[in-house]
Ligand binder design. Structure first.
Ligand SMILES: Cc1cc2nc3c(=O)[nH]c(=O)nc-3n(C[C@H](O)[C@H](O)[C@H](O)COP(=O)(O)OP(=O)(O)OC[C@H]3O[C@@H](n4cnc5c(N)ncnc54)[C@H](O)[C@@H]3O)c2cc1C
Length: 305
């Protein structure tokens, strides 16, 4: 049997025919709204299914990508030669007990923050406007407005290199700026427990509203993007370096350095991933020339361009 048919048969056996799709445009699953087709796109139905699938993909050495909400991904126009594993259905649960919030990795971060606020739990307001999954947020140690996941994660259920599920304390997650042990060691995040603190519901909701308004005022949320394109270089702000290099509004095809927030590259309508990538390189070169600083993409660049 040719390899493609064999993989399809195996995926179907594990997750059912209705959960396995082929040639799925990643532009439908990334906030940049760009990217060619993934060879396979699998949406397991529950935790057991996704855990078995990930174990199989890892142990068989099958190329795969764990997808949260696609809000930090630039996938090449010629697509992805592997299996995309969608976490949204299988790992979407959120539960609250006292001051502990438990969520499957695929749960939407904003929904977790909203439920925590309704339960009068404070500490994750910073995360409410980050449009990722909680698994993606742990993987990236996402942060904003002085907060980051490292501050609130109590334990993370990871799949280790042997395919076993292990509970890892937040303090053992190797968190640093936009970095985690899951990222360093390429380990799937299955679920997350956050430890928050009792607060006043209205104050928490007001803070979430204020931060949302700040985002709306400063970020080009009316255009597809993946948020800040580059990591913050130590001692600098990427947006300021880009602005000082005179690159505000610079465009390649449909990709543009947002004039509203120079740290964002936006898709003005019909951008191709290659145009976004070329613009990333152009910005890196010009900033290096003018300030000597190396900008490192925060966005994960995946697939064939
Ligand atoms: C408008 C906008 C604003 C943003 N603002 C912020 C911000 O303020 N702060 C910030 O930090 N980021 C921000 N981002 C970027 C992005 O939302 C975060 O990086 C987020 O954490 C990515 O989560 P995701 O679920 O979308 O991950 P994806 O984009 O789906 O994946 C990103 C990476 O994480 C991996 N991954 C995802 N889930 C798992 C899992 N369960 N196990 C293992 N690996 C996994 C993927 O394989 C991939 O390598 C913004 C993005 C946008 C579009």
């Amino acid at each position: 049997m040719p390899e493609e048919k064999m993989i399809r048969a195996r995926l179907t056996e594990m997750c059912g025919a209705d959960c396995v799709q082929q040639d799925v445009p990643m532009s439908e699953h990334t906030t940049f709204r760009t990217g060619g087709s993934a060879d396979f796109f699998v949406t397991p139905k529950d935790k057991d299914e996704i855990v078995s699938l990930l174990r199989y993909l890892r142990q068989s050495g099958t190329e795969h990508l764990i997808l949260g909400r696609g809000s930090n991904l630039l996938v090449g126009d010629n697509g992805y030669r592997g299996v995309v594993v969608d976490t949204r259905t299988a790992l979407g649960d959120i539960e609250i007990e006292e001051d502990i919030v438990s969520a499957g990795a695929g749960a939407v971060l904003g929904a977790v923050a909203g439920m925590a606020a309704e339960a009068s739990l404070a500490g994750m307001e910073f995360a409410s406007g980050i449009p990722g999954s909680i698994g993606g947020a742990v993987f990236m140690n996402a942060g904003a407005y002085g907060g980051e996941m490292a501050q609130i994660v109590s334990t993370v259920e990871l799949m280790n290199a042997d395919g076993e599920l292990v509970d890892v304390k937040g303090s053992d997650m190797g968190f640093s700026y936009r970095m985690s042990r899951a990222q360093k060691e390429d380990l799937p995040v299955i679920s997350v427990k956050l430890k928050l603190r009792k607060g006043k519901r209205d104050e928490i909701l007001n803070k979430i509203r204020d931060l949302g308004e700040q985002r709306l005022a400063k970020q080009p949320l009316e255009y597809p993007s993946a948020g800040s394109t580059f990591k913050r270089p130590e001692g600098y702000f990427a947006g300021k370096l880009i602005s000082d290099a005179g690159l505000s509004g610079l465009s390649i095809g449909g990709a543009m350095v947002s004039p509203k927030h120079n740290g964002f590259i936006i898709n003005t309508g019909n951008a191709r991933s290659k145009e976004i990538l070329d613009l990333i390189h152009e910005v890196q070169d010009k900033v290096k020339e003018t300030s000597g600083v190396d900008l490192i993409p925060e966005v994960r660049i995946i697939g064939e361009f």
